[in-house]
Design a protein around this ligand. Structure first.
Ligand SMILES: Nc1ncnc2c1ncn2[C@@H]1O[C@H](COP(=O)(O)OP(=O)(O)O)[C@@H](O)[C@H]1O
Ligand SMILES: [Mg+2]
Length: 482
């Protein structure tokens, strides 16, 4: 069984009000109609009895009254004298008296009780009848038509039905209108909540500028309570976000400061190691080896610290110096440097005619290219062909770094761009591998609003970097609605 759509408050209230009004209408109508009918009947009975009394008054016999002022339209009178045929007349609207038929007479005298009773006289309709026995054993009957009573009752019932129907329509429309007006503030609360969901809370500013307006946050109304609760929630979340951002900021600052502070002592260590080695004829071979290690390790550590500092700066999201960067030249130069450093690899550049200019931070883009070229050199054997391909379309430039080396280890791929993620081979080899190179690449790409993808199978590894031609912030701002 499928459940239908839930009922809206508007629908519920409209139906509830309609049901209530209908119930009240029926109740009041029924009681009124019954009371009116009772009242009319009593009056009719009084009239029937009046007629009877004035007929049976002193001196009157078991005779039909004739031509008296008793006779009124619709009056039926009858006399049943023992041993004779009963007789009776009905007064028509024109004032004439018509004799009753046998069937009509039989019906007229059919009640036993001496109380007023309702009978149905053939061809005449419903009548209220009173029988009276005289001293000589005759029975007199007086009856008056119920037409007026029935007609009035029917009219009243009809009026009630119409009024109730009208009230139903008005009540339904009124209920819908009231709910609509009453729920309008709720719509504004919803709008605020929706705007908050569109905020970029994960990145960017931690403050939440949206709040439900004061008019909809007055706790004296139901909707106001929702609005006020939402405002409190937003305040709470904002507070948490600001606190978290501040602590993240602190950690970043600490890393940046620590890296910065470490540079100088590291440079000193290297300098002193170099200095000490210069007097090598006086040093034993072991000491020279140790000095070599001190030097190479301090070089490695300097690189590590530089990279950490670079990452901390990129994390802070500042310090990017945007300018015109000509990619063909930049990549060609970097590949030239790579060839100088690793002539046992084959280096190729496939690029369109210069210039291929993008708006970017030249130093960072250079770093990105150097890191990717360095990987293609360091994590592949001699003889590997490394091809850098440049291309561009209307919006972005694409840099593809391809090599036919052994590929990236399967288990490393999910966290390839994470910090300190590196292959076991890179760990064991003393190649200056830090595991920060690709993290920096990813951070640079992100800071420029670009994307990076990796495809890797043995013999074909490709890093595809896409960078927007224009500065993301400036481009974004022009698309934003006011
Ligand atoms: N072109 C490539 N071919 C094979 N493996 C690669 C390549 N580029 C990166 N890798 C793997 O990804 C790891 C992470 O790279 P990276 O972040 O630059 O750190 P690092 O180069 O300092 O080890 C490397 O250790 C290596 O195992
Ligand atoms: Mg690397």
């Amino acid at each position: 069984m499928t459940r239908g759509a839930p009922w809206s408050i508007r629908r519920r209230l409209a139906l509830g009000v309609v049901a209530l009004v209908a119930l009240l209408g029926i109740l009041i109508g029924t009681v009124s109609v019954i009371a009116l009918r009772q009242n009319l009947l009593e009056r009719l009975d009084g009239q029937v009895q009046d007629v009877m009394r004035s007929w049976v008054g002193p001196g009157s016999g078991a005779q039909l009254p004739g031509g008296s002022d008793l006779l009124r339209t619709g009056l039926v009178v009858g006399v049943a004298v023992p041993g004779q045929n009963a007789r009776g007349i009905v007064t028509t609207s024109s004032g004439d008296a018509t004799e009753l038929t046998a069937a009509q007479l039989e019906r007229l005298f059919s009640t036993r009780s001496r109380q007023p009773a309702t009978i149905d006289i053939p061809r005449l309709g419903a009548y209220r009848v009173v029988l009276e026995s005289t001293a000589d054993g005759s029975v007199l009957a007086v009856a008056l038509s119920m037409d007026d009573v029935d007609g009035t009752t029917r009219d009243l019932a009809l009026v009630f039905a119409l009024v109730t129907a009208g009230a139903l329509v008005i009540a339904a429309a009124g209920a819908v209108a009231i709910v609509r007006v009453a729920l309008r503030p709720l719509g504004r609360v919803t709008e605020t909540a929706t705007r908050v969901t569109e905020l970029q809370l994960a990145s960017g500013d931690a403050t939440i500028p949206e709040r439900v307006p004061d008019a909809e946050a007055d706790p004296r109304t139901e909707v106001g309570q929702v609005g006020a609760a939402l405002n409190r929630l937003l305040g709470h979340v904002e507070h948490a976000l600001v606190a978290r951002q501040a602590s993240e900021e602190k950690v970043r600052r600490f890393v940046a400061d620590a890296s910065h502070e470490l540079r100088t002592p590291l440079a000193s260590i290297r300098g002193y190691a170099e200095l000490t080695r210069r007097i090598d004829d006086e040093l034993p071979a072991d000491a020279i080896r140790s000095l070599d290690r001190i030097e190479s390790e301090s070089i490695r550590m300097t690189a590590l610290v530089e990279e950490l500092l670079e990452l901390a700066r990129l994390d802070e999201g500042q310090g990017l110096v945007f300018g015109e960067v000509e990619l063909v030249r930049l990549v060609t130069d970097a590949v030239g440097d790579a060839y100088a450093a690793a002539p046992d690899h084959e280096w190729e550049v496939v690029a369109p005619d210069p210039p291929l200019t993008i708006e970017a931070d030249a130093a960072r883009i250079h770093q990105l290219v150097v890191n990717l070229l360095g990987n293609a050199h360091r994590h592949t054997p001699a003889g590997t062909v490394v091809t850098v391909t440049l291309a561009s379309d209307a919006d972005e430039a694409t840099l593809t770094f391809a090599d036919d080396g052994p590929g990236i280890p399967e288990e490393l791929r999910p966290r390839l761009f994470e910090r300190f993620a590196r292959g076991d081979a890179s760990r064991s080899r003393a190649t200056g591998s830090t595991g920060l190179g690709l993290a920096i690449v990813a951070a640079v790409v992100e800071a420029h609003g670009g994307r990076i993808e990796v495809f890797s199978v043995p013999g074909d590894t490709r890093f595809v970097v896409r960078l927007p031609l224009r500065r993301p912030d400036a481009a974004d701002a022009s698309h934003l609605p006011d």
